[in-house]
Write a protein of this length. Structure first.
Length: 268
């Protein structure tokens, strides 16, 4: 029965590598089959998917300008989201995974390389060892393409569109099989000597699929698949204190408000 709690708690575990708040690993494990309704569970899972969309859908850019062919950029990004009160106690009869969580952090590595014909490819990566029963490594892998609609100059901004995909690779013993996010976004930026201003937004569609055969309670209590569409906007700035070094910060607005900071080495 303890594995049932991992259905949603694992999302919070993935996103809280620093252990910044207490977590209830038995979330539903000690509840009677009829104590949680389908609607309440749906609402809780969808809240967690929105949180994941907010964090994984952030940190895509520190500028809309693309690299020249063969140009590279390697960036470390930290994203965090304060948890609004309405998402902390969705199911009154049990302690929800977000209950008592005031801030959820998330960190990953991000790389870009310039391609011909105004394209750029990117990839992102994160891995985290989850302790407990079940345990194992949870890994985020993602990638996609950017296309430059406008290349900036003295009077014009850069305008770039992004299509991306990311997925979480999860140990076999966990109750859900796949978690994935499709993203479609557009960003504008304008460079002014040592500072670049950027902004944009788009939509992230995050999906979760359960392994119903691994859940000890009646499968009729659960949907097999959840999908959440999450619109999000971004505004931020990048400082370039040294020729190859960039430091950026931005705010991302949706159902959750998240913030990200990053540092990158860039050869354009």
């Amino acid at each position: 029965m303890r594995k049932l709690g991992m259905l949603v708690v694992t999302f919070v575990m993935i996103l809280t590598a620093t252990g910044s708040h207490a977590q209830n690993y038995n979330w539903l494990s000690e509840q009677a089959p009829g104590s949680v309704t389908q609607g309440a569970l749906d609402k809780q899972v969808e809240a967690l998917l929105k949180l994941f969309s907010s964090l994984s859908g952030s940190g895509f850019v520190n500028t809309a300008a693309l690299h020249q062919v063969g140009g590279v950029d390697v960036r470390a990004t930290f994203v965090g989201a304060p948890v609004p009160e309405e998402f902390k106690d969705i199911i009154p009869t049990v302690q929800d995974p977000l209950e008592g969580a005031d801030f959820v952090p998330f960190a990953f590595l991000h790389g870009n390389i310039g391609l011909p014909a105004n394209f750029e490819a990117y990839a992102r990566f994160m891995t985290l060892n989850i302790k407990g029963d079940p345990g194992g490594n949870v890994t985020l892998l993602g990638g996609g393409l950017k296309y430059g609609i406008l290349r900036g100059n003295i009077s014009m901004p850069d305008l770039t569109v992004i299509a991306g995909y990311q997925t979480i690779l999860i140990p076999e013993d966990f109750d859900f099989g796949t978690v994935s996010t499709l993203s479609l976004k557009a960003y504008l930026s304008k460079k002014f000597v040592f500072i670049t201003l950027y902004g944009g937004g788009g939509i992230d569609r995050t999906s979760l699929k359960l392994k119903l055969d691994k859940i000890p309670l009646p499968p009729s209590l659960f949907n097999e698949k959840y999908d959440v569409n999450y619109p999000q906007g971004t505004v931020g700035f990048t400082l370039s204190p040294l020729p190859l070094l960039n430091i950026n910060a931005d705010a991302n607005f949706g159902a959750f408000t998240s913030f990200s900071v990053g540092a990158s080495l860039s050869v354009r």
